[in-house]
Design a protein around this ligand. Structure first.
Ligand SMILES: [Zn+2]
Length: 280
């Protein structure tokens, strides 16, 4: 997703704003799904990497500007840059829709893997400071506790400069799950990708949208069996997807996709055979 997309949800205006496209190993991205199947949907480069979106969502509530997720940012090491790329386009894409960092009132992170909270902070000389100086930041408490001592399996995904300075300064509030952050915007724990990742649920004017984050990272991952190798608890991903669809299909929720390179959102519904698909 390179350009900005816009949709209204009751009194909210939603803007999809990208930090750019990065590259993830296709095998990692599609888990146990054979390449002969996934390469019909995603085109790998010579290193077997597939283009992966970094979709943040800006919500204008009428009173506040809320930013969901902050991409990779610009603090990756040289080695990490070589593996993943570091597009670092979020600030210019926010600027293109007329939003300055100082105007953001609230920042919410679904979890603390580096590709979801990278622009929380920037380096300024030898200090790390908040990119959005006037914002209150929110992230899951369980994620932060886990990040102190992660498994070697996903230790590479945690860069403490993305969140520890904000926790120390008191600018970041850590959430248990279930809290309403501003009227109509709440979080809910959806285990599977990690134990404590939180979806962000937006409700206004009788309509609902959900930033489901890495539980369903793209429109290519709506099938129960299409999970990522990065998921720490793959069987829980399937159970969480089932619970999500029970509610989201019945109530016609708009699903916001964190890593889709082309489609920022859509409605997930079963086809006549019961297979999930995305309708825009
Ligand atoms: Zn993740």
């Amino acid at each position: 997703m390179t350009s900005t997309s816009r949709i209204s949800l009751g009194d909210f205006e939603l803007l999809a704003v990208s930090d750019g496209i990065y590259r993830l190993d296709g095998g990692g991205f599609f888990g146990v799904v054979p390449k002969v199947l996934w390469q019909k949907k995603a085109c790998p480069d010579e290193k077997n990497r597939v283009p992966t979106g970094l979709n943040s969502v800006v919500v204008r509530s009428g009173e506040q500007i809320i930013l969901i997720e902050t991409g990779i940012g610009n603090k990756l090491s040289d080695k990490m840059r070589q593996i993943y790329d570091q597009p670092a386009q979020l600030l210019e894409n926010l600027n293109a829709v007329g939003i300055a960092p100082e105007e953001i009132d609230v920042v919410i992170n679904s979890h603390l893997h580096f590709d979801h909270c990278g622009w929380n902070t920037v380096r300024k000389g030898d200090r790390v400071v908040a990119t959005f100086p006037n914002a209150r930041y929110f992230a899951p408490l369980g994620e932060w506790e886990y990040s102190r001592n992660p498994s070697v399996r996903d230790a590479i995904s945690f860069i403490s400069a993305n969140y520890d300075p904000l926790v120390e300064s008191g600018q970041m509030t850590l959430l248990k799950g279930g809290e309403e952050i501003v009227p109509g915007i709440s979080v809910r724990t959806v285990p599977g990708h990690t134990a404590h990742m939180q979806a962000i649920i937006l409700k206004s004017g009788g309509r609902t949208a959900c930033y489901i984050s890495d539980l369903i990272p793209t429109s290519m991952h709506v099938d129960y069996a299409w999970g990522m190798s990065f998921d720490l608890y793959p069987l829980e991903v399937i159970e969480s997807k089932k619970r999500y669809y029970q509610e989201s299909v019945r109530e016609k929720w708009l699903t916001l996709f964190t890593h889709d390179p082309e489609i920022p959102w859509g409605y997930i519904e079963p086809d006549e055979r019961g297979k999930m698909r995305v309708v825009r």
